[in-house]
Write a protein that binds this ligand. Structure first.
Ligand code: GNR
Ligand code: NI
Length: 170
């Protein structure tokens, strides 16, 4: 197992559109296990491969409080969405910022699981929000893209500044 490094906004690699996974093999299963370890350690409720600089259509999620509900979605596509849910969202790639985002309340998703079986599943609540947030990452999109340009630039400038201060040990 290994902890992976999480890219942070405004790193341009977060804007990469991920490619479909061609085969769910042992290398992929090792990546999945490292992504869960990285997500739980952060801690976070979801992680997209894009965030660890792997540009394949794969995400993991677990919104339980005791690591008891892990989900792996490979090549996910949304079949149906309905309802509206506003959630205060955060992102491991935008550390320290939380803002309200409007998404679908229910989503029906088709994907491959970690053994490569095709699954159709309906998600609701925080898990539905998380799956949509992670699927955005796979298309190079971040939750800050739903905010005003002014808010996004303010967050970008503060993160860049904080990182410069960190680099010199201030
Ligand atoms: O840990 C996370 N929490 C969260 C809270 C509300 C909506 C979405 C999320 S996902 C985030 C982890 C992350 O950045 N995944 O990409
Ligand atoms: Ni995120």
């Amino acid at each position: 197992m290994a902890l992976l490094r999480i890219l942070e906004f405004p790193d341009p690699r977060l804007r990469t559109k991920a490619q479909p996974v061609q085969q769910v093999d042992d290398k992929m299963r090792k990546l999945i296990s490292d992504m869960f370890e990285t997500m739980y350690a952060a801690p976070g409720i979801g992680l997209a491969a894009t965030q660890v600089d792997v540009h394949q259509r794969l995400l993991v999620a677990d919104v339980s409080s005791d690591k008891s509900d892990p989900h792996v979605l490979i090549n996910p596509t949304i079949l149906e969405k309905d309802g509206v849910a506003v959630t205060s969202e955060g992102c491991l790639s935008v550390p320290g910022y939380y803002e309200d985002v409007e998404r679908a309340e229910h989503v029906r998703v088709r994907y491959l699981n970690r053994t490569g079986d095709a699954i159709e599943q309906e998600f609701e609540g925080l898990l539905a929000v998380c799956v949509q947030h992670e699927m955005d990452h796979l298309d190079g999109k971040l939750f800050v893209d739903y905010l005003s340009e002014a808010k996004r630039q303010r967050i970008r400038k503060r993160l860049v500044k904080d990182r410069k201060l960190q680099a010199v040990g201030a």
